[in-house]
Design a protein around this ligand. Structure first.
Ligand SMILES: C[S@@+](CC[C@H](N)C(=O)[O-])C[C@H]1O[C@@H](n2cnc3c(N)ncnc32)[C@H](O)[C@@H]1O
Length: 184
């Protein structure tokens, strides 16, 4: 999107124009740390959501009525997408260590503030667990991953999208190495 924004900074007028969202232009010139974090999260969503949703739709085939855990939900786009897909008979737990951006969510989304380093995700709770760019920030991530796996129902899916985590590839195929299915 073409946008432009101008601000007075140190006696000079700065102008940002070009191919960026209006939000991005606004933040560069006038933003706060809160805005900066939200912008960062929206940038991640813009870049990765299409791929993530394709995996959820075409590889995993998320179904109406599923119970899902979206760990490190960030600004919440995937939690909202899942909520729409699973309908009112399903539910999504949108979990994050800081839930400040998880407002105004649909009724089938439960927002849960937790630290994945220590959280108990329950046993055989979820048909799907998804996390993207989260475990890199979690201390004891192997243990966290083991607790996430334990929270899956028999036949449930774990979709793990982490930049660092070839080590977490358990199954999948050559196109989607970070797709793992755990069957008990
Ligand atoms: C890089 S952002 C990714 C957000 C979202 N998953 C996405 O891809 O759009 C990392 C997210 O993980 C959350 N996070 C970081 N450490 C966490 C922890 N120990 N437990 C739960 N969430 C955590 C952050 O608050 C942030 O929302």
């Amino acid at each position: 999107m073409e946008a432009s924004c101008a601000a007075r900074v140190g006696g000079a007028t700065l102008r940002v124009e070009g191919s960026m969202t209006e939000k991005a232009a606004h933040w560069i010139l006038k933003g706060s740390a809160h805005d900066a974090e939200l912008l960062r999260l929206h940038a991640l969503e813009e870049v990765f959501d299409e791929h993530t949703c394709r995996l959820l739709r075409e590889k995993i085939g998320v179904q109406v009525g599923w119970r899902c855990l979206e760990l490190g939900a960030g600004a919440g786009s995937i939690a909202r997408w899942l909520a729409e897909r699973i309908g009112s008979s399903g539910s999504v737990v949108a979990a994050d260590i800081n839930c400040r951006f998880l407002t105004d969510v649909p009724p089938n989304v439960e927002v849960r503030e937790l630290d994945a380093a220590v959280a108990d995700f329950g046993t055989e709770e979820f048909d799907l667990v998804h996390h993207r760019s989260v475990l890199a920030f979690v201390s004891g991530r192997d243990e966290a991953l083991a607790r996430l796996v334990a929270s899956l129902r028999p036949g449930g899916w774990l979709l793990s999208e982490e930049a660092l985590n070839n080590e977490y590839v358990v199954a999948g195929d050559s196109d989607d190495k970070l797709l793992a299915r755990f069957v008990f």
